[in-house]
Design a binder for this molecule. Sequence first.
Ligand SMILES: Cc1ncc(COP(=O)(O)O)c(C=O)c1O
Length: 376
Amino acid sequence: MSINELSARFLPNPALQRLKPYGAEERAILSMAGGVKALAAISQWEGYRPTPLLSLPTIASACGVASVHYKDEGCRFGLKSFKALGGGYAVQRLVERHGTAGMTVTCATDGNHGRAVAWGARRAGIRAVIYVHEGVSEGRAAAIAGFGADVRREGRTYDDSVRASADAASDHGWHIVSDTSWPGYEDTPKAVMQGYAVLAMEIEAEGVRPSHVFVQGGVGGLAASVLSYRWEKFGADRPVMTVVEPDKAACLFASARAKALTAVGGDLDTVMAGLACGEPSLLAWHILSPGADAFMSIPDAAAVATMRDLAELGIVAGESGVAGLAGFRLAAQDAAMRAALSLDATSRIVVYGTEGATDPDVYRALVGRSPKDIAS
Ligand SMILES: Cc1ncc(COP(=O)(O)O)c(C=O)c1O
């Protein structure tokens, strides 16, 4: 199916306070100062280099905007996703505070976060126990185990495995490195989100100043980080920010509609595996609720069509990594959404290509070609 046969659900944020200054309450969650500290630490890691910011002129002209830039995280530290910035940084912060002796870290994952935590644990020389749910592909579980982690399968959904990891941590005295937060558990998820600030900072260092950002949401940590950096820096002049989720796991969309943190049920069975989350992160929601301009939910077919179209341009992009770009393309072809977001021929779009082919078999099944084939 091609992108122009598809459509999305769209919701202007009913709780938006666009003129609200980025205040102390928000800064206690995420701050530019914290972002500078994260970049200073992460840029010391072996293999650090800013990921490419690719210009997509053919997509920009097909969508009637001035430019589209795609931040390609497929080569971040060899992990194929942006997640090293969060999970890896949070592990480092824990080790700084508690040392390595007898230290075990644990988390739940749809794939990418667990890979990042396992990688961070191996870098730090500590043990990692990573919980995956039954929907996580064998390829993704094997990649986590490849970093020396003990991988355990528990529960039907991401949210089930979050609980399994939390229970194990409390039974054994392990440290949870979760990318989602809940009442009473905030420090480490803050470090995870703070590490993601590197993305916005690298884009800024290239001199690209977007008018619109479309970013995908799982629990909302990435979107909150992307928003917070520009909100603190530019206030009401920040870009128009749209959060894009799979229609089968749209907990941020549901929360926006209810004007309160809301979980969605069901089996969350979407090809966008990294976004298959039914419960928003509490901390992320504190930032997104007053600050995000709009929410969208998109069908799986829009992500697959966008993966294929990027493959034609020689870009290997994973299912969850293309959701923001797919959301933008759907918004651009819909007159009402264009008007609501003030998208026009002068708009400069930034999207976050948050993963490459994190499971090459899944990639090949969806795109019809292997990632190696496309990259060459
Ligand atoms: C590739 C990819 N993109 C985006 C996200 C969304 O991040 P968050 O859960 O912080 O919203 C994830 C989450 O795992 C992911 O794996």
